[in-house]
Design a protein around this ligand. Structure first.
Ligand code: FAD
Length: 400
């Protein structure tokens, strides 16, 4: 029997598998099978069902919806993120409005500290970081900019992640904040990584210590899982959890497939595996009210194996005794988390993309199917755009 119910704990204690419509067996045919119940798959399923009136079967091999954004109450009653901290931020009014149909929000601005030289200093580097680290009293943006300019080393062509940082803040800050962290995170030296990786982290000359500067920054009030449950609570959507696509493919006939899993897996790895960096999470509950001053503390030092520690009460604002934290350890093997941004990997992806382009009855969407690191809002935007294209040309293939 393929159907397995997933009942998450605590606040999410209702089954969301919806085989009630299957009293007489599953429908003979679905309009669309959607593989993957993360942001990409859930948005596609919701749009196809609620806007397009299509009968949708949503399949995920994990025993829950939400993909990597899944959250759950742990034994201490704290809402934790099983696959690492997920902070919502976007500049898009459209994306924020769309998700707001399924959740209320808790205003939250993310702040990160880095453990450097026995201090906890703001990350991204800002004027406070410089003043704390160097015992300075830089009072203006101009003074901070002049200090950084004096540290920076000229790099004629900025190609790698090392070039980006050294040309902006110099070698010492590069070593303190970036080199060890990047080596742990990626298993590669920044000099071996595309410039895109460290370009994402700004350096500031003001005292803004927010990690993100987006217009909308908030956490779903009752968590991500609850938001997904509301999104998928539609009579046109049936959900199979704990079921792999290869088990469901032939058992549930469908006219069209939306695939949000790994594109190389879909094509049987015929050109080889697309490389990913993985993570291992160690979730710990503690008998103290607070463990650290902000939600995330980064550990760039090569002397400890973890890259960061997250304390969830900062994200949720929960008032419960005790606290729950997660240590994050980068790993070569395990679930695919971060596509490794190297030119040869993009070339390999292009070969899979070429295969995808000729599949007229399959639509590929999401971070695993397009082999790109996307934030949650970007995946929502990609899925909304993909749905719009599908409705213009119903059987169209889409590799954005
Ligand atoms: P996923 O969430 O991975 O969903 C894909 C789903 O497909 C999975 O549930 C998987 O089980 C299922 N699946 C795959 N193959 C099959 C198959 N063959 N059969 C059945 N099911 C299958 N973004 C932010 O905006 N803010 C953050 O703070 C943030 N933090 C992050 C932290 C970490 C550690 C990571 C790894 C990512 C973070 N992200 C963050 C990015 C965010 O996780 C992604 O944008 C989002 O999860 C992408 O959604 P998706 O649906 O494309 O993929």
């Amino acid at each position: 029997r393929l159907i397995r119910e997933a009942i998450s704990r605590g606040a999410h204690a209702h089954p969301i598998v919806s085989p009630t419509s299957w009293k007489d067996g599953p429908p003979r045919r679905y309009d669309v099978m959607v593989v993957g119940a993360g942001f990409a798959g859930a948005v596609m399923a919701e749009r196809l069902a609620a806007d397009g009136g299509r009968k949708v079967l949503l399949v995920d091999r994990r025993p829950h919806v939400g993909g990597n954004a899944y959250d759950e109450l742990d034994d201490a009653g704290v809402l934790i993120h099983r696959y690492g901290p997920h902070i919502f931020h976007t500049n898009s009014q459209e994306i924020f409005d769309y998700l707001s149909r399924f959740t209320q929000w808790r205003p939250y601005e993310h702040r990160v500290l880095a453990a450097v030289d026995d201090l906890l200093v703001p990350m991204p580097i800002n004027r406070t970081t410089l003043n704390m680290l160097y015992g300075l009293d830089l009072g203006t943006e101009e003074e901070a900019a002049a200090f950084l300019a004096a540290q920076a080393e000229p790099v004629s062509v900025v190609r790698t992640s090392e070039d980006v940082v050294i040309s902006a803040v110099g070698r010492e800050l590069y070593q303190k904040f970036f080199q060890g962290y990047t080596r742990k995170q990626w298993g590669l030296d920044p000099s071996e990584l595309d410039k895109a990786v460290t370009s994402r982290v700004p350096t500031r000359t003001n005292k803004d210590d927010r990690y993100f500067t987006d217009r909308f920054q908030a956490m779903p009030l009752e968590g991500y899982t609850r938001m997904f449950e509301r999104m998928l609570d539609h009579p046109n959507i049936d959900i199979l959890l704990g079921v792999d696509y290869c088990e469901a493919r032939d058992a549930y006939p469908h006219d069209h497939l939306v695939f949000t899993g790994p594109i190389d897996e879909y094509f049987g790895y015929r050109h080889g595996k697309l490389p990913y960096r993985s993570l291992r999470f160690q979730h710990v509950s503690l008998d103290v009210d607070r463990f650290q001053p902000v939600a995330v503390v980064n550990y760039p030092s090569p002397d400890v194996p973890h890259t960061r520690i997250t304390e969830y009460k900062h994200l949720t604002g929960q008032q419960v005794p005790g606290t729950s934290i997660t240590y994050e350890f980068p790993a070569a093997d395990g679930d695919p988390y971060y596509p490794i941004p190297r030119p040869e990997n993009q070339q390999l992806f292009k070969r899979y993309e070429a295969l995808a382009m000729v599949q007229t009855d399959v639509t590929f969407v999401g971070r695993l199917a397009t082999y790109r690191y996307y934030n949650m809002d970007q995946v929502v935007g990609q899925a909304l755009a993909t749905y719009r294209r599908m409705t213009r040309a119903p059987a169209i293939r889409t590799v954005p």
